[in-house]
Design a protein around this ligand. Structure first.
Ligand code: GLV
Length: 321
């Protein structure tokens, strides 16, 4: 029997690579930068298994290139908006992702951004590096308090709840908007308009779907408090960046902290980069060593299970079974 052809699109951390290598021979993209679309199509031809990350668009065209022997698509990510899951389901291909293992790291990142924006940490650091620290000044770079402030969480799944848990320790009042989620960690469910009206901080935790694209638009921003700070650790397109730029520039809202942008990377000529009240980091929500190790392992477990014809440990389209 010929061994299955497998393509791993990135150099994922060792735990995942070792598991794949113990079971199969795989074609592993060796470069730090991802394959281009043309390279991806070329290397994916006739594979039985694909292990990708969120930088690869896995659409119907690519699935057709992979061919009818394709058994599994496994992504080292919790988000699967880069994969046409409906097209995979129509072809009876299970799609795996890596939820759970990155909950704490992503909630930590959301909270790090919340604190950094509240206390203007990156702005203050730029101030020091620019040689502008002359003396202690009573009014210098004043920020916002967390204790007693209201945090509004949009999307109250695993990560949203983990953010609420952290906020409890900072004596924040927590409200959330998430139609089907049960209350947890002292957070109270509210309607979206109430959340926008009452929150001093808003943290986004909804996946990117057709319904959540540009959820944060001019109308949403206009309903926020003028002192409010917006944190986005989910996906860039959940937010209309042009509307956000206007709201930040005109101080309609206080500040934003973005782990994700649209597109990624954010072009260096993006007007957002001119704003002192916009903090931007390069999509690092799950970027702790332990978390990325666990993500790579889970992605490899999904891949190996799919290739062996077993049920994936984490399958986003279980209706294929
Ligand atoms: C990161 O953004 C992920 O979806 O895992």
């Amino acid at each position: 029997m010929t061994p299955p052809k497998i393509f791993i699109t990135r150099l994922i951390p060792d735990p995942g690579l070792l598991l794949v290598k113990e079971n199969f021979q795989a074609d592993i993209w060796p470069h730090e930068l991802p394959p281009t679309r043309v390279q991806l199509i070329e290397r994916s031809r006739h594979v039985e298994g694909l292990l990708c990350t969120l930088t690869e668009r896995v659409d119907a065209e690519l699935m057709d290139v992979m061919g009818p022997q394709l058994k599994v698509i496994s992504s080292m990510s919790v988000g699967v908006d880069h994969i046409d899951v409906a097209a995979a389901t129509a072809r009876k291909i299970p799609v795996g992702n890596t939820p759970g293992v990155l909950t704490d790291a992503t909630a930590d990142q959301a909270f790090a951004l919340l604190l950094a924006a509240a206390r203007r940490i990156t702005e203050a650091e730029r101030f020091v590096r620019a040689g502008r620290w002359v003396t202690w000044i009573p009014n210098l770079l004043l920020g916002a308090d967390l204790a007693g402030a209201t945090l509004g969480i949009i999307g109250f799944g695993r990560i949203g709840q983990a953010v609420a848990k952290r906020a409890q320790g900072f004596d924040m009042r927590v409200i959330y908007y998430s139609p089907s989620a049960q209350p947890a960690y002292g957070a109270q469910p509210v309607g979206l308009d109430s959340l926008l009206r009452e929150s001093d901080f808003i943290s986004l935790h909804v996946p990117l779907t057709a319904e959540t694209k540009h959820l944060v638009n001019a109308d949403f921003l206009a309903k926020m408090k003028p002192n409010a700070i917006l944190i986005n650790t989910t996906r860039g397109p959940v937010l209309d960046q042009e509307a956000l730029y206007q709201a930040l520039k005109t101080k309609q809202i206080q500040a934003a902290a973005l782990d994700v942008t649209d597109p990624e990377p954010l072009p260096m000529n993006s007007p957002l980069l001119e704003l002192e009240n916009c903090l931007i980091v390069p999509h690092l929500g799950s970027a702790s060593k332990k978390t990325r190790d666990m993500m790579s392992l889970l992605a490899a477990q999904n891949l190996v299970a799919g290739l062996k014809g077993e049920r994936l440990p984490n399958c986003v389209n279980p209706q294929v079974y």
